[in-house]
Design a protein around this ligand. Structure first.
Ligand code: FPP
Length: 254
């Protein structure tokens, strides 16, 4: 573990650039508490959270990370007060539209995972325009999980696999974990190597449950609006200090 002094001082040279996580997934939590601690409306925390999205996307892009998946809006978030839901949808759509030219300039490709059928038409249209306009990006892939939950995703995959079997195109005996993975919304990318959660809660909140089977988990008390490039590098440094065993013994891995 790093000392407090080192927390805000992880020079790049301390990172092993040949062993960076290929895919980082983040549960961006603590926007509401960040705002409330300052006597502000929760929405102000989400607005500040967008600045962090930009900062962390830039840092991942600069470091050469392949995939960054951000949990922007869960299936359960639809049950928040309508005003907050509307504000979040609007914020995501306008931020993405505003950032599209910079995403293109930085070679970032946007992808969206989640239940599109529940998204407001306007939000969906703006997201899909950005996905289309950035599709040529060959650098970082930024994946926004919006109206997403793992149980939705796995249920949806099960439904499609069952339909294939019922139609006689798939033998149930031939179904493997690869069949399931290929039917998930995340089929186009590798599983996360590193899962970060800000805001201090020790849970995974219905996020990428299948995909994080062997991810390294890093939880920080820092609220998402305060999370910065140093904090990200600290998380990566911590990740690099761990031995990933994938169910094997330490000796086998060595
Ligand atoms: C959790 O904080 C955060 C969210 C539900 C929304 C996160 C969304 C953003 C930061 C905007 C994303 C924008 C783009 C462009 C991707 P919380 O409200 O649950 O915080 P709390 O736990 O302190 O209440």
């Amino acid at each position: 573990m790093l000392t407090e002094k080192e927390i805000h001082d992880v020079p790049e040279t301390q990172l092993d650039m040949s062993r960076l996580p290929q895919h980082i997934a983040i549960i961006m939590d603590g926007n509401g508490r960040w705002a409330q601690a300052r006597g502000m409306e929760r929405a102000a925390g989400h607005v500040e959270g967008v600045t962090t999205v930009r900062r962390i996307t830039e840092e991942c892009s600069r470091l050469g990370i392949g995939y960054l998946t951000l949990y922007a809006f869960s299936t359960e978030n639809w049950n928040r007060p309508q005003a907050e839901v509307d504000a979040l949808m609007h914020l995501i759509a306008t931020a993405i539209e505003r950032e599209t030219p910079d995403l293109i300039k930085n070679n970032v490709r946007l992808r969206v995972i989640g239940d599109r059928s529940r998204m407001p038409a306007d939000t969906l249209a703006r997201l899909e325009r950005c996905v289309r306009d950035t599709s040529g990006g060959s650098g970082l892939t930024l994946v926004l999980a919006i109206s997403y939950s793992s149980r939705w995703e796995i249920t949806d995959a099960a439904r499609r696999i069952a339909a294939e079997a019922a139609a006689g195109r798939l033998d149930p005996a031939s179904i493997t974990d690869d069949t399931v993975a290929r039917n998930l919304a995340t089929a186009f990318m590798p599983d996360p190597d590193l899962l970060i959660r800000t805001g201090g809660d020790m849970r995974v909140s219905n996020f990428l449950l299948w995909q994080i089977a062997y991810s390294e988990i890093y939880i920080t008390d820092i609220y998402w609006p305060d999370f910065n490039a140093y904090d990200l590098r600290r998380a990566i440094s911590d990740y690099q200090s761990r031995q990933r065993r994938f169910g094997l013994t330490g000796e086998q891995v060595q």
